[in-house]
Design a protein around this ligand. Structure first.
Ligand SMILES: Cc1cc2nc3c(=O)[nH]c(=O)nc-3n(C[C@H](O)[C@H](O)[C@H](O)COP(=O)(O)O)c2cc1C
Length: 186
């Protein structure tokens, strides 16, 4: 790799980032979901995560007014649905139905879970930071669940899960394990 560094114009320099399906519920507008690449973990206690959403999205108002959302982690088999949920709007019809995805009740919040996603995180909205083009929705995690085959004694094992990451406009599958936490000290 060339040791010389050049300035870059590309905004997404923290790639790869995970792709998730964020679902919401609204008393007048029903259920909806959208694809989100800009999300992340912010705090471990209390557990807080964020998703960054443009105000023009149909889901924006739904989450802001309902005060909750769920983050659903898809695997590679769902790539087509993930893409579709990111290019059509819930303004134009039932996106769960159009994508062939199933909304099931969450345990603590009104927003539904996406049944087909093996990992589902329920959040109560704590803060919205109006950063600019995107507003950062910070949610406190109030419940987390995963498909039974991924859980042993309450611990989640993601080792074999083909998660999708988003790099420069392309979907990729998370690759090989190249080390375990702390291996550099051994
Ligand atoms: C791979 C991918 C990643 C996306 N990431 C974001 C994001 O982080 N924030 C955002 O506001 N929109 C993002 N979008 C766009 C929304 O998912 C898209 O505008 C969607 O149609 C909004 O749906 P809604 O109007 O039903 O809320 C992404 C789209 C794709 C395909």
């Amino acid at each position: 790799m060339d040791s010389k560094k050049l300035q870059v114009q590309t905004p997404l320099i923290l790639a790869p980032v995970p792709v998730v399906l964020v679902a919401c519920a609204h008393e007048k507008l029903g259920y909806n979901l959208l694809t989100i690449a800009w999300c992340g973990v912010d705090c471990s206690s209390p557990e807080m995560i964020h998703v960054s959403i443009r105000p023009g999205r149909h889901s924006y108002r739904m989450i802001k007014e309902s005060g909750c959302f769920t983050v659903n982690v898809p695997t590679v088999e769902l790539t087509r649905q993930v893409d579709l949920c990111g290019v059509i709007s819930g303004k134009d019809g039932d996106k769960f139905e159009r994508a062939g995805l199933t909304a099931i009740p969450a345990s603590k919040v009104e927003a539904p879970l996406v049944a087909e996603c093996p990992v589902n995180i329920e959040c109560e909205l704590r803060e919205v930071l109006e950063l600019g083009v995107h507003h950062m929705f910070i949610g406190e995690v109030v419940a987390k669940q995963a498909s039974a085959d991924l859980v042993t004694d309450g611990k989640l094992d993601l080792t074999d899960l083909p998660l999708i990451v988003y790099v420069n406009g392309e979907y990729r599958v998370l690759g090989d394990v190249v080390g375990r936490s702390g291996f550099s000290l051994k």
